[in-house]
Design a protein around this ligand. Structure first.
Ligand code: PMP
Length: 296
């Protein structure tokens, strides 16, 4: 069922600091620390046929993301996993996108987080494909982002922190304003990094190439695709990729919990075909998330 209502005005239940509350009542105050100083971290995960894919890994990453931002979520990884399942059930969902979010509250104001408390909420809703299936079938069109992924010493790059999405949001807006679907971001050195909400892979002569995640998220989908490729005996090269190598690649795709596997048709002046290997990995991923092939 498509839901055209805004995200604050829907039926359903949201897990909020330990209990399920009616969707419209899951609110925070305007003087929330996170809203002013970006002290928040989140997860994006999908449920397929009632099972949340790689749930434990997502809950662990949420904990780690908070720790990197200097706070501890007062629920264990197992408790968060149980809460995610409860949310899915309470909303009668089997195929859904889920958004656990942890943030510092309104107990104190000022840059210092001292005295603020960590909070946790988990929402779930039906969310179809991240990119339109018609566009994905031909390969989505990317532009080059005007922003670069920051150096590890300038931002907490391994945390899935809301603050890091400022440049992603601006890059995505720039892409949409100029007629593209999304943007490819380079990193602080000028190397190919990732898209605004997904990792990137390239294919040449039957082998996969993907940048080393040393200043951006080592996505759970990225790790899954590497494993799926290795199961098929496909060579996977994890190494620095400079933009001048882009023209030599034949295929390109994005990976992410929301984006799943999305073929890319072009990045700025460089074109790619939606080829057999991309389609094969897409099928393998679909088989894995739906439990048609085993998990490792
Ligand atoms: N990079 C960014 C910036 C993302 O937002 C995401 C989506 N969480 C990813 C990569 C892919 O991560 P994952 O496969 O764990 O969803």
């Amino acid at each position: 069922m498509a839901n055209s209502q805004t995200y604050d005005d829907r039926d359903g239940w949201i897990w909020f600091d330990g209990k399920l509350v009616p969707w419209r009542e899951a609110e925070v105050h305007v003087l929330t620390h996170a809203l002013h100083y970006a002290s928040s971290v989140f997860e994006g995960q999908r449920a397929y046929d009632g099972d949340i894919f790689k749930l434990h890994q997502h809950c662990e990453r949420l904990h780690k993301s908070a720790n990197i931002l200097g706070f501890q979520i007062p629920w264990s990884v197992d408790e968060i996993a149980a809460a995610c399942k409860e949310v899915l059930k309470a909303n009668n969902l089997t195929d859904a996108y889920m958004r656990p979010l942890a943030w510092l509250g309104s107990e104190r104001m000022g840059v210092s987080p001292t005295g603020t408390k960590p909070h946790l909420a988990i929402a779930a809703w039906e969310w179809g494909k991240y990119y339109s299936p018609e566009k994905a079938a031909k390969g989505i069109r990317l532009t080059i982002a005007p922003w670069r992924r920051p150096a590890p010493y300038t931002a907490p790059v391994h945390s899935k922190a809301s603050g890091l999405y400022m440049i992603a949001m601006l890059s995505r807006k720039h892409a949409e304003d100029t007629g593209f679907d999304d943007a490819l971001m380079f990193d602080w050195r000028g190397q190919v990094a990732e898209a605004t909400g997904a990792n990137v892979f390239f294919i040449r002569d039957g082998a996969l190439y993907t940048p080393v995640p040393d200043c951006f998220l080592n996505g759970i989908t990225r790790q899954t695709v590497i494993e799926l490729a290795q199961r098929r005996g496909i060579e996977v090269n994890e190494r620095a990729i400079w933009p001048d190598e882009l023209e030599s690649f034949e295929q390109m795709f994005l990976t992410g919990s929301a984006a799943e596997i999305t073929p890319v048709g072009s990045v700025g002046p460089w074109s790619f075909e939606v080829g057999d290997l991309t389609r094969q990995l897409d099928q393998d991923y679909d088989d894995l998330v739906h439990g048609r092939i085993s998990n490792g």
